[in-house]
Each structure stands twice: as structure tokens, then as C-alpha cells.
Design a protein around this ligand. Structure first.
Ligand code: MN
Length: 260
């Protein structure tokens, strides 16, 4: 009887010990995994233009590759869209495959929360999710047979902010021309609902600075070098003939609500 009791007590002790060990290991393993999404402290953003989420894909251009000729040539458009833009998409997707907890966020949430992103993917998302965002809106900001001047609401806002359309154009051209190296020139709405001209380096977006972009120009050499070589200003001048002003007006209307 005593032996049976001792055996039973021994078994109970062994089970208790095993259970304690099991819990300890389980606890340890949950702490060794990747940080959970809440650790990234991601803020919501009202600066949403596209709302795109992982996996990102390349949308077809809303016009033919040769449709912006003679201002922007077919070869440049084709390579820019199918090679450069595709590469940004592929690299952004690869980064998000590595940190699956980030896949649920919109591209705007990722780009307005760069400092909160894990270091292992932060720079890649800055460059490649940024590149995907910038190019997706850029294609829509151009159109064949464009009207030469802004639509009424945008024209009014431009006059209010810069004095005249020509003064705005001069300021924008200067921002585009003087951006050293690769980058973008932008017309944006700021938090005070005023239009501002700015430029960003590489694939940085205005979103990261709290600005809502309504017009942008890619001044990377890949955007113009085949046709214009080193003459960036000739490309900038030609681009004014292909601006999709009704789309700019749509973004302007959306942006006024978004920055509220
Ligand atoms: Mn580009």
C-alpha cells in the first residue's frame, strides 16, 4: 500500500514538473518570435489616396505606351512602367513577405509610419513602397490630348497660393530642376489646406511630411534620359503638355477632406 502511494505521489510530482517545464518553454517561445503588430505602434492616417495593400501589383497604364508622344516617348514609358515600376512593386512585396504583420496596412499607413517600421525593412519600404505609390499616381496624372490649363477649382487655388498660374509654373519648374540627383517635384495640400510646391529625394513621398500630393513629376533620369539625355529642363517643359488636370482636381477635392 505504502509503495503504491509512493508511486502515485512520484507520478503526480513528475506530471507537475513536466507541466511547469512545458509552460516555461511555451512562454519563452512566444517571446522569441517576431514582434507583434502592436509593437510597431502604427498610426492611422487620413492621407489616403490609393489604399493599396500587399500584395502590390502593376496596374496597366490608363493609355497606350505611345499615347504621350511626342512629349514623352514610347520606349521611356514602356521601360519606366514595366521595368522600373515593376521592380519597386517586387521589392516592396519581398520586404512585406519578411514581416507578415505589416501586410494588413495600406501603403499610406506604411509610408506615414516609417519610423515605426522594423529596421530590417524600413529603408526598403521607404524606397520601394514609396516608388510604387509615387508611380501609381504619376501615371494617372498624365493623359493624352491634355487640356493646357487647370480646371476651375484648382486654377483658383493656384492663383490664391502663388499669385498666378505662371508664377506657380515657375516655382514648380525650379523645384523640379533644382532637385539634386533623383527625386520628384510636387504640388501638395498642407494641413492648413493651402497649396504648396515641394520636392522629395529618391522615392520619398510627400505623405511622410504630412502633405497630400495632387500633382507630381518624376525627375529621375530614367524618366527622361532616352529622349532628353542630360536636358532635364526640356523634359520638364514638355511634361506640362500632358497633365491630367481633371484628375488633379479630383485629388484636390479628395485632399481637402483628407487633411481635415
Ligand atoms: Mn520613375
Amino acid at each position: 500500500m505504502r509503495i503504491v502511494l509512493k508511486l502515485a505521489m512520484g507520478t503526480a510530482l513528475a506530471i507537475t514538473a513536466f507541466y511547469a517545464w512545458h509552460c516555461a518553454t511555451k512562454k519563452q517561445s512566444t517571446h522569441q518570435g517576431p514582434p507583434s503588430a502592436k509593437d510597431f505602434s502604427m498610426n492611422k492616417t487620413t492621407l489616403t489616396l490609393l489604399g493599396l495593400k500587399y500584395p502590390f501589383t502593376l496596374a496597366p497604364l490608363p493609355y497606350d505606351y505611345k499615347a504621350l508622344e511626342p512629349h514623352i516617348d514610347e520606349a521611356t514609358m514602356r521601360i519606366h512602367h514595366t521595368k522600373h515600376h515593376q521592380a519597386y512593386i517586387d521589392n516592396a512585396n519581398k520586404a512585406l513577405e519578411e514581416v507578415a504583420e505589416l501586410q494588413k496596412y495600406t501603403i499610406e499607413e506604411l509610408l506615414t509610419n516609417l519610423p515605426s517600421l522594423p529596421e530590417s525593412v524600413r529603408e526598403r519600404l521607404r524606397n520601394h513602397a514609396g516608388g510604387h505609390f509615387n508611380h501609381t499616381i504619376f501615371w494617372q496624372m498624365m493623359v493624352p490630348n491634355a487640356q493646357p490649363l487647370p480646371t476651375e477649382k484648382v486654377a483658383h487655388a493656384i492663383n490664391e497660393a502663388f499669385g498666378s498660374f505662371d508664377a506657380f509654373k515657375e516655382l514648380f519648374n525650379k523645384a523640379a530642376q533644382s532637385r539634386f540627383g533623383s527625386g520628384w517635384a510636387w504640388l501638395c495640400i498642407n494641413k492648413e489646406k493651402k497649396l504648396v510646391v515641394t520636392s522629395t529625394a529618391n522615392q520619398d513621398t510627400p505623405l511622410a511630411a504630412g502633405l497630400f500630393p495632387i500633382l507630381g513629376l518624376d525627375v529621375w533620369e530614367h524618366a527622361y534620359y532616352l529622349k532628353y539625355q542630360n536636358k532635364r529642363m526640356d523634359y520638364i517643359t514638355a511634361w506640362w503638355a500632358v497633365i491630367n488636370w481633371p484628375f488633379v482636381e479630383k485629388l484636390f477635392t479628395d485632399g481637402l477632406k483628407a487633411v481635415e
